[in-house]
Design a protein around this ligand. Structure first.
Ligand code: MG
Length: 227
């Protein structure tokens, strides 16, 4: 089983700049100068070092303008903010983040993101779960009713909350898979059982057939003798 934990950048590990215009966000170096969400960054690093966390893969998943310097800015920002050891996946702006999901049958994918639309879209896929990061700016409409993590928590509270969520989801997935295996075994047993029942019925039919034919022969023989 594979469990992947993906974290968003803008508004999640990098603080959202409410004063920036859309044009500002296109400027080279814009992202590189974003203020880090330090407590969350420390919590993610603690998760990655904890062998008890049932997660095989932690990486960043971020939307980006399809311009090379925007990608480079984000990579540099990750390196400069203690997240350089994590791989980063880029999705073009406008594309749903769920496009990243490749094998949701055999893995659990958990997304930490500040945008409800991303999370809801993510959760429409099997074995995909969202955690909303409440950064103090978002969540004004109250449309998200799922798992949350708040910027008001301290590092340990964030770390323990994420660890508990990841481990619980991993265990649930294992229980579900074990149930599927048990159900398939029962189905196979029932199928082979019905095969033997059919075989038995068929052999009984053949035996009866033989008996009937034998009986008919005796009757015919008597009739012949008497006739
Ligand atoms: Mg975001």
């Amino acid at each position: 089983m594979k469990v992947v934990f993906l974290f968003d950048l803008d508004g999640t590990v990098a603080k959202w700049n409410c004063d920036a215009s859309v044009e500002d966000t296109f400027a080279p170096g814009y992202f590189r100068n974003r203020e880090p969400e330090t407590k969350l960054i420390k919590a993610i690093n603690k998760l990655a070092k904890d062998p008890e966390v049932l997660c095989n893969d932690i990486r960043a998943l971020t939307s980006v303008y399809p311009i090379q310097y925007c990608k480079d800015d984000k990579k540099t920002w990750l390196k400069e903010n203690e997240l350089g050891d994590f791989a980063v996946e880029f999705i073009d702006y406008g594309q749903p983040k769920s496009d990243y999901i490749i094998d949701n049958e055999n893995q659990v994918s958990i997304l930490l993101d500040d945008f409800t639309k991303n999370l809801k879209d993510w959760e429409t896929n099997d074995n995909c779960f969202g955690i909303k990061f409440l950064n103090g700016i978002n969540s004004t409409k109250g449309t998200w009713e799922g798992l949350v993590l708040s910027a008001n928590m301290d590092t340990d509270a964030m770390y323990f909350t994420l660890k508990a969520i990841i481990n619980q989801l991993a265990k649930n997935y294992n229980i579900q898979k074990q149930k599927e295996v048990a159900w398939n075994n029962k189905k196979r047993a029932a199928q082979s059982c019905s095969f033997f029942v059919c075989l038995w019925q068929f052999s009984s039919y053949l035996n009866w057939n033989k008996l009937i034919k034998k009986r008919l022969l005796v009757i015919n023989h008597r009739r012949y003798k008497n006739g």
